[in-house]
Write a protein that binds this ligand. Structure first.
Ligand code: SAH
Ligand code: SF4
Length: 422
């Protein structure tokens, strides 16, 4: 055995580097998923089109790719028939690979996905009466090791690429059958008053299931800022997936130096994983607090571009028995939010236990009391209903479950998945 085999795999690097430009697939073709219009045009020019043709084709392909969800160049009907094989020979439009998918009795759907280089990550869809929220991952694993979070225990970490991030949303639209069918449909929707104005958001009123996106899956999105931004730009673009920035929320554990940039360059709603109101407890359960403390974090929230009473910042608070759930903690939470004059809402999350976790969830009475104290101070503090408990819907759990399944079980699940996706 050589010396290098004994070398330790580096652990908690901070932040995570992304080793990637455009790598052609094994068959030499380039996957366009995740690329902006400009980059697609450059690739077409490099492949031999003159600048004007490259720009025109890129505009057409971009529309089919992101707005219509088409993966086959042959279906791009406004592109000359002779041009389509030229594209097919050189390019593909991919999707993350589905390893397995689960459907909960409460309607929650969860997918275990795999990158081309074999890393697994998760995506969850949570339907409610008035909205459908897709929970999107930004990294494989997470370097931050929050003590109550299962993803934090995973060693393997790599940033997801823009294609792997936007690919999750596109895969969800595939599975839910929610792509605009034709330009005519878009026109009809516009005539019906369902315009595609970016700020109003065209989804939700028109009966679609997928109306909202939360960057709350695996990983810390602000440690993968560029890729998350580039992916969300495609999601928000009116000629892309056309989902309003008001329907997108990015959750951070508190990467203070990136928060203003997030507001300025992405402009989505912000959620902050606060989880504790004292240095001592937050240092323990959200270790990034040792680097960026509570005062700094709350100040960055107060300065968050675009936050207002109409667009509040969500403070996530996981309820851990005898750790952060006393009346005094609730009162201190109120004091802090008022002290920093934050346009805030609090989201109380019952701890979702996983095998090996060292915490327990607070009792329902405790959660209720905590919520009342915050409510009585005039701050909204709903308790998030646990969803998909029958399908390991806690962050990072499906991946671990899948690793324990036998090959035969995985094959069976894959067949079920095929059947379910039709
Ligand atoms: N890394 C980002 C986003 C992903 S985690 C962040 O930490 O904000 C999304 C949310 O799920 C966070 O608020 C996180 O604290 C919470 N969470 C993680 N594990 C949980 C568990 N086992 N039970 C309840 N909430 C959990
Ligand atoms: Fe990472 Fe968020 Fe989990 Fe913390 S809670 S380990 S930041 S995914």
């Amino acid at each position: 055995m050589s010396d290098t085999a004994l070398m330790q795999i580096p652990g908690n690097i901070d932040p995570v580097p992304t080793p990637r430009d455009i790598t052609p697939r094994e068959d030499g073709r380039v996957d366009l998923l995740g690329l902006p219009r400009q980059r697609i045009a450059e690739l077409f020019a490099e492949a031999g089109l003159d600048a004007k043709a490259a720009k025109l084709r890129a505009k057409q392909v971009y529309h089919w790719l992101y707005h219509r969800g088409v993966t086959d160049f042959e279906a791009m009907t406004d592109i000359a028939k002779t041009m389509r094989p030229w594209l097919t020979q050189r390019f593909v439009i991919g999707r993350p690979e589905v390893v397995l998918s689960q459907h909960s009795s409460d309607g929650t759907r969860k997918w275990l996905l795999r990158t081309a280089d074999g890393h697994e990550f998760e995506m969850v869809f949570i339907p409610d009466a008035d909205r459908g929220t897709l929970c999107v991952s930004s990294q494989v694993g997470c370097t931050l090791n929050c003590r109550f979070c299962h993803t934090g225990t995973m060693r393997l970490v790599r940033n997801l690429t823009p294609g792997e991030i936007v690919g999750q949303v596109m895969l969800a639209r595939d599975a839910l059958g929610e792509w605009p069918k034709s330009a005519n449909d878009t026109r009809l929707a516009t005539m019906a008053g369902l315009d595609e104005d970016e700020d109003e958001g065209s989804y939700g009123a028109d009966g679609r299931l997928l109306t909202n996106i939360v960057m709350m899956g695996m990983g810390e999105p602000l440690y993968n800022f560029d890729n998350v931004r580039d992916a969300l730009k495609l999601v928000m673009d009116g000629d892309g997936l056309a989902l309003s920035k008001r329907r997108i929320t990015l959750s951070t554990s508190g990467v203070v130096p990136m928060m203003a940039k997030c507001g300025e360059e992405i402009g989505v709603n912000l959620a902050v994983s606060l989880h504790a109101v004292s240095k001592e407890v937050r240092d323990e359960i959200v270790p990034i607090n040792r680097k960026y403390g509570l005062e700094e974090l709350l100040q960055a929230c107060a300065d968050y571009p675009g936050a207002s009473n109409a667009r509040r910042i969500t403070f996530e608070y996981v309820m851990l028995k005898d750790k952060n759930d006393r009346d005094e903690d609730a009162r201190e939470l109120v004091r802090l939010l008022k002290h920093y004059k934050l346009p805030a809402k609090v989201n109380l999350i019952p701890f979702n236990p996983w095998p090996g976790a060292i915490y327990e969830c607070s009792t329902p009475e405790r959660v209720r009391r905590f919520s009342e104290i915050v409510f009585e101070a005039g701050i909204s503090a709903p308790v998030r209903t646990p969803r998909g408990r029958d399908i390991d819907a806690a962050c990072g759990q499906l991946k671990t479950t899948a690793q324990k399944l036998s090959r035969a079980e995985l094959d069976r699940l894959a067949e079920e998945k095929q059947a379910a996706l039709g």
